[in-house]
Ligand binder design. Structure first.
Ligand SMILES: O=C(O)CCC(=O)C(=O)O
Ligand SMILES: [Fe+2]
Length: 303
């Protein structure tokens, strides 16, 4: 910054300050692949109503939560495991958002009012994610509606942290497999950590009312290696129930993940072969390589 003071990392992108902040946005995508957004127009009331629904859904009996089955790998109920006993998740996947919410609500004992709130929330955060995706594409000079037709995944996460679990992992170090993720943090309980390019973990303290954005593997491949797929994890750093909500823009369903021609020239040769997102997601999980390593499968050796 001009006065010599470094801005806190991850940086904050003010969505009211566009196009002025395009450069800052692209820099954040390149440097860390993780940034915070403010002035996103999603009412805080809706954010907190959704949080209280999340709390209620996790309080359902285990038998009920088990009805939230997978549509694709790990899109439904994730039970605590011996390795990650503090973590639990519920969620859904779909190309048609409202149909996917209806199916999800049908699996769980959700009231009519809760269903409406989940729909409104998922719709608004999905729109926000697409707006951010659009700004990113424009920032690189790529025209067109990048991710409007791409399927989404919605996931709610619960971490049961106690004094005894201080220092234990909530979820393992990973990258998100898709293009971008919009995360509503817990207002109080921290623990999210993102890795910088020197492999140092940067603790991310929650800021209520904002959203955290992570770029995933699809963003790295799509940008011809320009963007960073943020490696991140959650650790127990303080006791308390930690609840977060994630909306993932994954990758194209009908087309391949492919570097757009605008991002390829003699100085920037194509780095990745086109690939199918669903295949990639399956291979990543089956190889147990969830921190972006599986992208190597598609690299082109530019001799
Ligand atoms: O709960 C969090 O803070 C992070 C969740 C996350 O990284 C994920 O669901 O991929
Ligand atoms: Fe993640």
């Amino acid at each position: 910054m001009m006065d010599g003071r470094e801005e806190a990392v991850p940086v904050t992108i003010d969505l009211d300050q566009f196009p002025a902040q395009v450069g800052k946005l692209i820099e954040a995508c390149e440097a860390l692949g993780c940034f915070r957004v403010i002035n996103h127009k999603i009412p805080v009331q809706l954010m907190s109503e959704m949080k209280s629904i999340v709390r209620n859904l996790f309080d359902l009996p285990t038998e009920t939560k088990r009805r939230n089955t997978d549509t694709i790998v790990s899109s439904g109920y994730v039970e605590p495991t011996p390795k990650y006993p503090l973590y639990e998740a519920l969620g859904f996947y779909g190309s048609n958002l409202f149909e996917a919410v209806d199916a999800f609500c049908g699996q769980l004992d959700v009231t009519v009012h809760q269903r409406e709130t989940i729909k409104t929330y998922a719709h608004e955060v999905h729109n926000l994610a697409m707006e951010i995706g659009h700004k990113i594409a424009q920032g690189l000079g790529v025209e067109g509606d990048l991710c409007r037709e791409w399927p989404i995944q919605f996931k709610i996460n619960k971490y049961s942290f106690t004094k005894k679990t201080l220092g234990s992992p909530g979820i393992q170090l990973h990258t998100d497999s898709g293009f971008l993720t919009v995360l509503q943090e817990d207002e109080c309980v921290g623990g999210f950590q993102v890795m910088d390019k020197s492999s140092r973990f940067i603790p991310v303290d929650p800021i209520a009312g904002s959203f955290l954005v992570n770029l995933g593997d699809v963003a790295k491949a799509w940008s011809n290696g320009r963007f960073c797929n943020a490696k991140h994890r959650v650790q127990c750093i303080e006791p308390g129930i930690r609840l977060t909500i994630t909306v993932f823009i994954l990758g194209p369903k009908e087309e391949m993940v492919e570097v757009p021609p605008e991002l390829v020239d003699v100085d920037h040769p194509r780095l990745y072969l086109p690939f199918d997102y669903q295949d990639y997601r399956k291979r990543r999980i089956s190889m147990g390589q969830v921190a972006g390593e599986a992208l190597e499968l598609y690299t082109i050796q530019n001799a």
